[in-house]
Design a protein around this ligand. Sequence first.
Ligand SMILES: [Zn+2]
Length: 208
Amino acid sequence: MHSLEHLEAADAIIRAGVRLGARGLIVAAEGNLSIRIGDQLLVTPSGRRKDELSVADLLLVPINPGDAPDADDPDAPRPSSDIAVHRAIYRARPDVQAVAHAHLAASLGLTLAGERPDPEDLPETRLLLPRLPFVPLLPMGSPEIAAAVAAALVEPPEPLATAVLQERHGAVTVGATIEAAVNRLELVDLLCRVRRDALLIEASRRAR
Ligand SMILES: [Zn+2]
């Protein structure tokens, strides 16, 4: 029997997954979403489309895995492979209630080409996404990437960052709600697409 808080969080995650899918920000089984519930987090499962989830698909796991080890039944649904990143963020940032992650295509292309989009480039991202720290490529799901993302989110000065760009691995965003975290993913995507377009226009101008 799920608590009302669990059901409301599940509903918000399901709607956020549909929204990311509708906007083309996730493909196949990519991306993951979570919401803090006390000392646990409700998180999307590994290996499943995030725009076709139901309440029963979501997993409630402890933020500190030492409290209760993850189930080792190989047939049981498993939490997202990026679970270590989510746990590290909730431990590092008590203000964060939700985490979202997607492999934003334009960010993959830009970081593959060695480019780093700057939120200062656009008035809207300058206002709503004032900082966008960068984490270099590290093995997916590793303790190293979890530590690097969490460290980027607590790096002074205030206000602390609410989004992290990962080399060739999209972005991780946080918020007081999952809607706020997804809005930030959309802003990172917008910034990356605009930067890519500007680079292409400049390149074609030079080639003329
Ligand atoms: Zn990922």
